[in-house]
Design a protein around this ligand. Structure first.
Ligand SMILES: Cc1cc2nc3c(=O)[nH]c(=O)nc-3n(C[C@H](O)[C@H](O)[C@H](O)COP(=O)(O)OP(=O)(O)OC[C@H]3O[C@@H](n4cnc5c(N)ncnc54)[C@H](O)[C@@H]3O)c2cc1C
Length: 511
């Protein structure tokens, strides 16, 4: 087998004949001696001509090529149960892995199924009514269900990413995600995929219990009783995959004296530019409508802390992702076509334990700090005439950096609306100062990025969990509770759909 690269202008198809010819050249054989030719990666190269670069594996005829195969699911109707708390990516991929190992996943989810959940999210955007069990973070599919569905992760050490991508394709994703350097699903595709996962788990004997918020985890006789609503579920092992916002779960740990600790997270704003501007910048003025909507990412260092773009959504919209009343939190999502007029991204500053004011102490120090900043956003807007309960304080980018309240604001995709505010003062000064310094610096790499046509909205704060549930690095069990597996983003060991899914797989494998 030989690996080689081939490039082709975007908009022109790479034909089988071209691939075969290039493979023959790479192998040093005549085209009729070429066996399988497999494209393994496709990435955009916009440095000069706008190209797709393909990475390809070429096999000689007769040489064995083994395509990736997913493990088969077993019938687990009569098998021993494993309780999985949370139906986000970590919980769902843990459950799928349990099926392959002959264990019966019993999934307890505080929210609703992915279709009933939509009505609550519409209410949230239109009326500002937050259902604390059913919102952009809670419900079937977790925080990943109504998102951009970007599927890349920098953490290749966590496990085999192919397993996650192939599972998504098995349940309905476009196979292009298997080769794209920056794969994404889109919020129009995710609910169908999440539902197909459920149908498969149930068909093989797993169970789902919606509207089942877990209120206690009681160790009993070498196993656990898990309380959810009026029901009590029993199992020898529990995977806890409740995401980064489930304070009630962390309170169970505190009450029971089980270890938990404050963990760093990142805090900042959502930045919204016109998408045409980002297309112009990234494609150096050569953008054509058949090209992929342009993305960006950056990392800067300012005064010893990272300032970085987070969860960039090309052609996306902004959504309210608070889980409690009286707070304003934003996030972004996009559909598979990425065809809105806007480009949004979180731009956030790393916060380490100790960066918060001294009054915040203990394992909830950073969670309380995060929450108070979210509340400050809400309170400022509602005290200054905000018309929608979830309207976000907002400022044009250059006005933010100059410390001026904007006279007017550009249009935004954020349905509850933007409210002109002194965002530079509402954010903690150590965050504001770093953002002020970072935006003009980013302009040196992406000329045109630093502009008053860009809108900053507050606050982007649910970037990762501000609490960690420490676990044994080998067994992945909680250090104080054998048989309990803190898992995914809420445990503090993952961030994003793919890394949370991999963590779910790893926990299920340990069981
Ligand atoms: C709008 C938005 C867009 C995003 N876009 C992307 C993206 O494009 N790419 C990406 O990689 N990441 C994205 N993310 C982040 C990503 O969704 C999360 O990192 C990921 O979902 C974390 O997976 P998880 O399974 O660990 O937790 P979660 O997805 O948070 O799932 C936790 C689940 O546990 C349930 N739960 C909580 N408490 C309880 C309880 N007491 N009892 C029972 N159930 C409970 C919740 O209802 C939830 O369903 C986005 C997030 C949001 C909000």
């Amino acid at each position: 087998m030989k690996e080689f690269e081939i490039a082709k202008k975007i908009g022109k198809d790479l034909t089988d004949a071209e691939l075969k010819e290039a493979a023959a050249k790479a192998l040093g054989v005549r085209p009729e001696k070429v066996g399988n030719v497999v494209v393994t990666r496709r990435s955009v190269d916009a440095r000069q001509d706008i190209l797709y670069r393909y990475r390809v594996q070429a096999y000689r005829q007769g040489e064995t090529y083994e395509p990736y195969e997913l493990p088969a699911y077993q019938d687990v109707h009569a098998a021993d149960p494993v309780i999985v708390i949370g139906a986000g990516p970590a919980g769902l991929f843990a459950a799928l892995k349990l099926l392959t190992k002959g264990c019966k996943p019993v999934i307890l989810e505080r929210g609703k199924d992915v279709h009933r959940r939509k009505a609550d999210m519409a209410k949230l955007s239109v009326e500002g009514v937050i259902n604390p069990d059913s919102n952009y973070c809670y419900g079937e599919g977790g925080a990943g269900a109504f998102s951009d569905g970007k599927l890349f992760t920098r953490s290749s050490k966590r496990g085999d990413i192919r397993e996650v991508l192939h599972q998504f394709v098995r349940f309905g994703a476009d196979p292009s995600i298997l080769i794209d350097a920056h794969p994404h699903l889109g919020t129009d595709k995710l609910p169908g995929i999440v539902e197909n996962i459920r149908l498969c788990i149930e068909e093989h004997g797993g169970e789902y219990h919606f509207d089942s918020r877990v209120t206690d985890i009681v160790p009993v006789d070498g196993g656990f009783e898990v309380h959810a609503g009026d029901a009590v579920y029993k199992a020898a092992k529990v995977i806890l995959a409740s995401g980064h916002s489930a304070r009630d779960i962390y309170e169970i740990f505190e009450r029971r004296g089980w270890a938990l600790e404050a963990k760093g997270f990142a805090l900042g704003v959502r930045v919204e530019h016109p998408q045409w501007l980002i297309n112009q910048i990234r494609y150096h003025g050569k953008y054509q409508p058949f090209m992929p909507t342009a993305e960006y990412s950056f990392v800067q260092q300012v005064e010893g802390r990272g300032v970085f773009s987070f969860c960039m959504c090309p052609g996306g919209i902004l959504v309210p992702s608070s889980t409690e009343d009286g707070t304003v939190v934003l996030n972004g999502m996009s559909n598979s076509a990425r065809n809105s007029k806007w480009a949004n991204a979180g731009v956030v500053v790393q916060i380490e334990p100790g960066d918060q004011p001294a009054e915040y102490q203990g394992p909830f120090a950073l969670m309380d700090y995060q929450h108070d900043i979210e509340r400050r956003m809400y309170e400022w807007v509602s005290a200054h005439g905000g018309k929608h309960p979830l309207a976000a304080p907002a400022q044009r980018m250059k006005d933010f950096c100059r410390g001026i309240v904007s006279k007017d604001l550009p249009k935004t995709s954020y349905h509850p609306g933007a409210w002109s505010s002194p965002l530079h003062e509402l954010l903690p000064e150590h965050v504001s100062m770093r953002l002020r310094r970072a935006f003009p610096q980013v302009d040196r790499q992406m000329h045109g990025y630093y502009t008053n046509d860009a809108l900053l909205l507050g606050v982007e704060s649910r970037t990762s969990s501000p609490v960690r549930l420490p676990r044994d690095p080998e067994t992945l069990e909680h250090v104080d509770v054998p048989g309990l597996y803190p898992c995914g983003e809420g445990a503090g060991y993952a961030g994003g759909i793919v890394s949370s899914a991999l963590d779910g797989i790893n926990c299920a494998e340990r069981i």
